[in-house]
Design a binder for this molecule. Sequence first.
Ligand SMILES: [Zn+2]
Length: 302
Amino acid sequence: MYLLALEEKLFDLPKKDIDNIIREFEPLIFKFFPNWSKINFDAFYSTKPIYKGLESKDLQKIFSSKDLLDTLEKDNSLLIVIDFQTRNSYRKKPIIGSIYSYINLSFNLSLFRILKSTIIENKLTGVGSFKDIKPFIEESIYKRILEEFTKLTLQTSLAHELSHWLDDINHKNHIEIAIKKYNRGDTDTLYNAKFIDTHYMEINAQIHALQDLKQRIGNSKWNKINIFQAIYRIPTLNALYRYLKSLEDNSEKKWLHSILKRLAREKILGKNMNTVPADDSLLTENYFSIGTEYNYIENKFN
Ligand SMILES: [Zn+2]
C-alpha cells in the first residue's frame, strides 16, 4: 500500500471526456431538470419507488476506455449508470456474460427526497424554476439544493469515480481485491482506515474532483479562490468537511492538511490556498441534519 502511495500521480482526465459522458445522460437528467436550469415537477410524481439504474437500460451506457480516454492504452469496458437516488460509487461488478467496471452516479439521496416531497406536498406541477420551491423550504436546504442539482456536481463526481477506475486498472485491481477480501471477512485490508473518505485512495479521487473543478473554472479563478471556496463548489467534499468537523476531534483539519499537501505535490495548489482561512462558515453555515447525508458506515469506496 505504501509503495502504491509513492507511485501515485494524477490521471489525465480531460474535461472533454467527462463532458461527453455526461452529455449521454442529459436526455434522462432533463426529464427532471430541463437544461440543468428548470425543474419538471411532473416527473417527481412517479409512483415507482425509484429508478434502479442496473435494471433500466436508459440509465446506463457502456463505454470502452478507447472511446473515453485517449491516454489509456488498455481496453477496459466501463458501465456507467446514473441513478438519482443512491450514491456515487465505483465497483468492478460481474454483469451477465461479461465483467465490467461499474460506476454509479447519483445526486444526494437525502436532498432528492426532500425535493420530491416538497413538490408533492405542495402540489407543484408542470415545469418551473428552482425559485418556485423556495417558499416551501428552509433557506439552508434551499441553498443546498441549488448547489447539488447541477452539471458541475455530476462532472466532478464523475472525475472522482473515473480516477478510482483508472487507479484500479493501473494498480492491478487493488481496490477490487481489497473489496473482495473485506467481503470474505478479512479485516486486514485498507478498510481498516478509520474513515474510508480520509484514506489516501479516497483523497486521491477527491484530488481528481478538485482538478476537474480547476479545469472548469480556469487558472486565473483557481488562483483567486481559497481552499474553502473550492471545497464549497463540490457538494460531496463540503458534506465530508461538515461531517468531519462534527466529530470535534480535528479530523477536518487533518483531512484538509492531506488535501493541501497533495495539491501542492501535484503543483495544482491555487495561489490563494497557501493559508487556510480562520473562518469556515462558508462550509458550515448551511449545515443541517438530514439523516444520512453522508454515510461513512458502508465499507466501500464511493
Ligand atoms: Zn471515492
